[in-house]
Ligand binder design. Sequence first.
Ligand code: NI
Length: 227
Amino acid sequence: MMLPIPDLLDAATLARLRAVLDGGDWIDGNATSGAQSALAKRNHQLAEGTPAAREAGGIVLDALGRSPLFVAAALPLKVFPPLFNRYEGGEAFGAHVDNAIRMQRGSDFRIRSDLSCTVFLSDPDSYDGGELVVEEPSGERRVKLGAGSAILYPSTSVHRVEPVTRGARLASFFWLQSMVRGGDERAILFDLDRAVQRVGGELGQGHRAAVELTGVYHNLLRRWADA
Ligand code: NI
């Protein structure tokens, strides 16, 4: 499932984040790559573990926790500390897959990457190219969202970032381990969650049907989730 999360960051939060990033230390993006990715990747990345990186990552994590859409769709168990990259001057990231296991340097924190997320931080009119292209069985999905909006996509996919031929594309990206490992089960829970919200909205949250459907949701979650 690919899911856009519109306006994950509001304008004030985005401005605060951009100010932190402007003052940060940007290095060659291959600092975090595996051997195969290093061949395909040309960009710059905010140096990990620096005060700016920690502050910027905290801003994104905070916004994720406050997004009901993100939480319902991802059912996050562990989120890798958000990273930040910048593409300009023809930089791109060729077709690649994300590593199944992500370890944080200098700690024992590790996650299985079930979902990948990109948060677009630049106004799309300010740069050319830079689409995130995700290969799906039905074809390619090309994604270029407004500043502050995010896209969730399966970490199992082959994907790339098209060359940025004008301006600069700033983004945050990270991986997460979901409480529900399987994408099919996660999609069913997401659909059911939305239906429950709709029933509750139309009939009232205390309506017997809303209560029973909520019970079905939680019983499926109990069956499928690791927490
Ligand atoms: Ni990737």
